[in-house]
Design a protein around this ligand. Sequence first.
Ligand code: BG6
Ligand code: MG
Length: 210
Amino acid sequence: MIQAVIFDLDGVIVSTDELHYKAWKYIADQEGIYFDHVINHRLRGVSRMDSLNIILEKASKPYTEEEKLKLATIKNDYYVTLLASLTPKDILEDVNLVIDTLKQKGIKIAIGSSSKNTKKILKQIGLDQTFDEIADGNDVTRSKPEPDVFLKAAKKLGIDPENCAVVEDAEAGILAAKQAKMTAIAVSDARKSHLADYRFEQLRKMLALF
Ligand code: BG6
Ligand code: MG
C-alpha cells in the first residue's frame, strides 16, 4: 500500500528547465562550446557536476577538476540570480490540488530532488513549509539514476521504500525510483520510460491511485 509520495522538484512541482538552460548557455558561450535545448534536455534530473560533464562532451579541450568546479560555481551563481524571478504562480498545474488531497487522505509527502537549490526554490514558490520531509542534492553524493535521494527521503519519512511512490518527469528519476523498489509515476517527458508503473498526462490523474 502506498503510504507516501515523493515528488521530484524540477519539472514536477515547478519548471526550472529554461533557467538552467540560460545559465548553462552562458557558460557554454563563454567557453565556445556548442549547447542547445536538446542537450539541455539530457540534464534533467542529473546533478550539477554530471550536467557539466555532459556539456563538456562537446568541448574541444579537456578540463581539470578545478576548472570544472569553477565553471559549475559560475553557472550556479547565475542560476541562483535567475531563481529570484520564481513566484507561487510558477507552481505547475494540479500540484496544489494533488498535495492538498494527499494530505487529506493521510498520505505523507516529500521532495526527492537532485538540486542543491531545493530549499531556495521551495521558498520562492511558497512551498517551504508544505512537505513532511525534503531530501535533495545536499543529502547524497550519488545522483539519479542512483536511488539514493529517494531512499533518503523514505528514511526521513520513516516509511519502507516499497510503500513509497515517486512522481518524476525524467527518465533518470524513474530509473532511480525503480532501483529504490518504489512505485514509479511518470509525468511529462518521463511517460516515454518503459520502466514507469503509471503514466499520467495530467498530475491530478494520479489521485486515482489513492
Ligand atoms: C535537477 C534538475 O532537479 O537538479 C537538473 O533536473 C539539475 O537539471 C539538478 O542539474 C541539479 O541542480 P542544482 O540546482 O543543484 O544545480
Ligand atoms: Mg525533474
